[in-house]
Design a protein around this ligand. Structure first.
Ligand code: ADP
Ligand code: 5GP
Length: 203
């Protein structure tokens, strides 16, 4: 199978992790890019699986050492994507899935160009987002309100994405995601097309 790059963004609480988990057996071999963050782990989150949890000093050393493909400050914490495992997964022909914010999406597009396929995931309304954040029960109300405020800005970037998934029903959202993940493997970069045409024209 050919490698592919799929960026998922959307407000915290949109259902991105739930959708990836639900689709995991239907999208072929993939690598979920485990981000590094300075935010505290939530109950149930596992270091090295959900995120690599590090201190601010460790994160800043990673920036200086050039470890990150992209990084951003979101809700007062650093979040970043490590370059090395992404490169390895792409060389192994895997679909690489990123769960990153709208700033990260712009940076990944700059770095990886027209290979990137992107989807913006959101609950049907801001009110529903807030209610899901409260029912997830993983953050206190100050943190939730910060996420809700941030979501009001994030939704304005919806035009920058190839696809939009409205997560009102998990089964339907999962099916849309599976279609997008499969289609992302069929996307050809400009370079691949140019090489194909060159070979095709050779007599
Ligand atoms: P994200 O990864 O985008 O931050 P989560 O996957 O953690 O979001 O989902 C946030 C909360 O919303 C979780 O408690 C999850 O169970 C719930 N959730 C996800 N999708 C739906 C849906 N379609 N309807 C109702 N609740 C949902
Ligand atoms: P959460 O704290 O809810 O897990 O994530 C908060 C926000 O940070 C989400 O919008 C999520 O997509 C984003 N995020 C997670 N990892 C990264 C990353 O490596 N880079 C960037 N730019 N954003 C990230």
């Amino acid at each position: 199978m050919s490698s592919a790059i799929l960026v998922l963004s959307g407000p915290s609480g949109a259902g991105k992790s739930t959708i990836i988990d639900a689709a995991s057996s239907e999208i072929g071999e993939y690598y979920f890019s485990v981000s590094t963050t300075t935010r505290e782990a939530r109950d149930g989150e596992i270091d090295g699986v959900d995120y690599n949890f590090v201190s601010k000093d460790e994160f800043e050393k990673g920036i200086d050492d050039g470890d990150f493909l992209e990084y951003a400050k979101v809700h007062d914490n650093y979040y970043g994507t490590s370059l090395k495992p992404v490169k390895e997964a792409l060389s192994a022909g895997k679909l690489v899935i990123f769960d990153i914010d709208v700033q990260g999406h712009r940076l990944v597009k700059e770095a990886m160009g027209d290979r990137v396929v992107s989807a913006f995931i959101t609950p049907p309304t801001l009110k529903e987002l807030e209610s899901r954040l409260y029912s997830r029960g993983s953050d206190n109300s100050d943190i939730i309100e910060k996420r809700v405020q941030n979501a009001k800005d994030e939704i304005k970037a919806i035009d920058e994405y190839d696809y939009v998934i409205i997560n009102d029903n998990i089964q339907r959202a999962k099916e849309s995601f599976v279609s997008i993940a499969k289609a992302s493997r069929l996307k050809w970069s400009k370079r691949k097309r140019d090489e194909f045409v060159k070979g095709w024209l050779t007599l």
